[in-house]
Design a protein around this ligand. Structure first.
Ligand SMILES: C[S@@+](CC[C@H](N)C(=O)[O-])C[C@H]1O[C@@H](n2cnc3c(N)ncnc32)[C@H](O)[C@@H]1O
Length: 277
């Protein structure tokens, strides 16, 4: 296959950054995970100056560590429920299904139509692994999910919710709480530390819109916190010393959080069980 001609504009282009982050992880002497598919797919995808401006060694670490931690939670979920269903929202070109694949696992990749069409050129859709074209904000996708006990469902929103306004995230959470109470929602959120880069991203049509001060703000949306991790405290050996040694400072700790939450009909704040995994 030669390089694909992409007509992606706006937010879908950001998935090319995270894909490269995972692909380049494979060149490290001890990668955090195995992802040969990311390396393969990257060969077919174009790259340009606009993307290059947002790619750095630091960003590679962030995207790889985030993907690694999301894998940890996905694997835990798959091992702990019967007939698990995993739904990646804003999946982009996530290769997680292939990293954690197991028997009896049903996995859905949801993204905007142009992204799903692109995935169809690279990946193989099966009964177990399905691709869904929809905006996450068009809630009809919820009706199209297979019928499963909500406890068996893991929703993954990796690098997605930050692009919506707080009230949009709240509407999404409200719908999901009503439809899938007790399902797990795994997400990442950013704090004000990300604002300088956000201004540059906004100029490219990728505005970050949802900033949180800490996990309590997310819990107040009606989610119970199961686990909270500061990205900068995970895989400490990977981060620059200065960041690692200051990651206890609230603004830095909350610069990027990974939250494993439960969708609760009457969510209440539950103290996180772990801050470092
Ligand atoms: C930064 S990428 C993350 C992709 C993937 N989750 C990952 O971590 O590699 C953001 C993704 O969100 C998708 N996205 C943006 N707005 C969306 C929407 N309204 N509904 C569904 N997906 C959306 C984009 O198309 C893109 O694939």
């Amino acid at each position: 296959m030669s390089q694909l001609i992409l007509k992606l504009t706006g937010l879908p282009r950001t998935m090319l950054l995270t894909l490269r982050g995972r692909a380049e992880e494979q060149a490290r002497s001890v990668p955090l995970f195995q992802d040969e598919l990311a390396v393969e797919w990257r060969k077919f995808l174009p790259w340009d100056d606009q993307l290059e401006r947002f790619y750095s060694q630091f960003a590679q670490i962030a995207w790889a560590v985030r993907a690694y931690q999301f894998d940890v939670v996905a694997n835990k979920h798959i091992a702990s429920v019967q007939n698990p269903l995993v739904v990646e929202l804003g999946a982009g070109l996530s290769t997680r299904y292939h990293r954690v694949r197991q028997e009896q696992l049903h996995w859905i990749e949801l993204d905007l139509p142009e992204v799903t069409n692109l995935r169809r050129q690279l990946d193989i859709e099966t009964e177990q692994h399905q691709f869904m074209s929809s905006s996450v904000m068009d809630f009809a996708w919820m009706d199209a999910l297979p019928s499963k006990p909500p406890e068996s469902i893991l929703f993954i929103a990796e690098g997605l919710l930050v692009y919506f306004e707080a009230n949009q995230v709240q509407q999404l959470v409200n719908q999901m709480r009503q439809r899938f109470p007790s399902a797990t929602l795994l997400m990442d959120v950013v704090g004000e530390l990300s604002k300088p880069i956000a201004n540059q991203m906004a100029q490219q049509g990728w505005p970050l819109q949802w900033y949180v001060k800490g996990e309590r703000e997310v819990a107040e949306m009606g989610l119970s916190l199961v686990n909270v991790w500061s990205l900068y405290q995970l895989c400490p050996e990977r981060w620059p010393f200065l960041l690692r040694s200051q990651s206890w400072i609230p603004d830095i700790r909350n610069g990027c959080l990974i939250l494993e939450t439960k969708l609760e009909p009457f969510g209440q704040y539950i103290e996180p069980r772990s801050l470092n995994g």
